[in-house]
Design a protein around this ligand. Structure first.
Ligand SMILES: [Zn+2]
Length: 325
């Protein structure tokens, strides 16, 4: 029997990534280009179709081997209808029928998932979530994405926006978020929030080695803060610790909402490795529930920035295997 392959697309505000993935979750070919979403959906869909065609050609796949396309994209969106309603980092995109556009161009069946869901499915299927029955994954990137797999199935929710954990409120009346709320989790433990908080302190005159890490015109990410904290910088230590404390609060809330076996921490910030994990576990321990011992394992993601591509392709392979297509 011929092997089955699927295309995984990760559409972000900055990059458009495409990979061709096997049934075992191995990426055979991967390509990236700038997304440039401000051009509008049509040229982005054209680029997507071109990347797909190139990927299929590069691996020499025959048409009966490629089962379809999975796309992970920022939301809110409709998985059911294949429509992106609106996205903060895809300016001007409103009610875009992404699936219709890509099916027409590529001539293959396709499925659309929220990017947090796609990354979570990737870790569940081929990474740190392997073997777990119920798990939640955080993607700690520019913002905070998430996804939950309950008894092997991605949870979408009635309105299809489940697991917007980045916008759960962890600090009532706290820092304003671009979503209109205040005190959202992603205002405390994402790359953008760490960078912003550091810049605010620097502007207030804080003495910190982070000043040397600021590049003109560029925002500070989470990893320079982690590096400075590791080197003992007082401000960086405070910000990093605070980010880990809020993330631990996020994990406690997840524990009581979903009661998962495992919580996976992925995305760019997770490249800090044990420096992240140890601190989150420390704060989790400090807040431990005393009524019953059901603390999930908290682990680092294993797929790094491939989680979205692998997960999206995994969703496509799943649709095929389940006979959805
Ligand atoms: Zn928010």
């Amino acid at each position: 029997m011929a092997q089955k392959l699927a295309l995984g697309i990760d559409l972000g505000g900055t990059n458009l990534e495409c990979g061709i993935v096997t049934e075992q979750g191995t990426v055979l070919h991967r390509a990236t280009r700038p997304a440039l979403p401000e051009r509008g959906p049509a040229p982005v869909l054209d680029d997507m179709a071109e990347l797909i065609e190139t990927a299929i050609r590069q691996v020499g796949a025959s048409p009966d081997e490629v089962v379809g396309i999975g796309i992970g994209a920022p939301g809110p969106l409709s998985h059911r209808d294949g429509v992106i309603y609106k996205a903060a980092n895809l300016p001007g995109w409103e009610n875009v029928h992404l699936l219709r556009g890509i099916i027409k161009r590529a001539g293959l069946p396709a499925t659309l998932e929220n990017d947090g869901n796609a990354a979570a499915y990737g870790e569940f299927w081929a990474g740190a979530g392997k073997g777990a029955n119920t798990m939640v994954a955080f993607t700690l990137g520019t913002g905070v994405g998430a996804g939950a797999i309950i008894k092997g199935e991605l949870l979408h929710g009635h309105f299809e926006n489940a697991l917007e954990l980045g916008h759960t409120i962890v600090d009532p009346g706290g820092r304003p978020c671009s979503c209109g709320q205040r005190g959202c989790l992603e205002q405390y433990c994402s790359a953008r929030s760490l960078g912003r908080r550091a810049m605010e302190e620097i502007e207030r005159g804080a003495k910190t080695s982070l000043t040397e890490r600021v590049e003109p015109g560029k925002s500070l990410g989470s990893l320079p803060v982690a590096e400075a904290a590791r080197a003992g910088d007082a401000l960086a230590c405070r910000l990093w610790d605070d980010a880990c404390r809020f993330l631990a609060i996020g994990c406690v809330n997840v524990q009581h909402t979903f009661n998962p076996q495992r919580i996976v921490l992925g995305g760019g910030m997770s490249r800090a490795g044990d420096f992240l994990l140890d601190r989150v576990r420390f704060h989790l321990d400090a807040q431990k529930w005393h009524l019953h011992s059901d603390l999930p394992e908290v682990v680092l993601g294993q797929l790094d920035n491939n989680a979205g591509v692998i997960g999206a392709a995994g969703c496509a392979l799943r649709s095929y295997a389940d006979g959805v297509w």
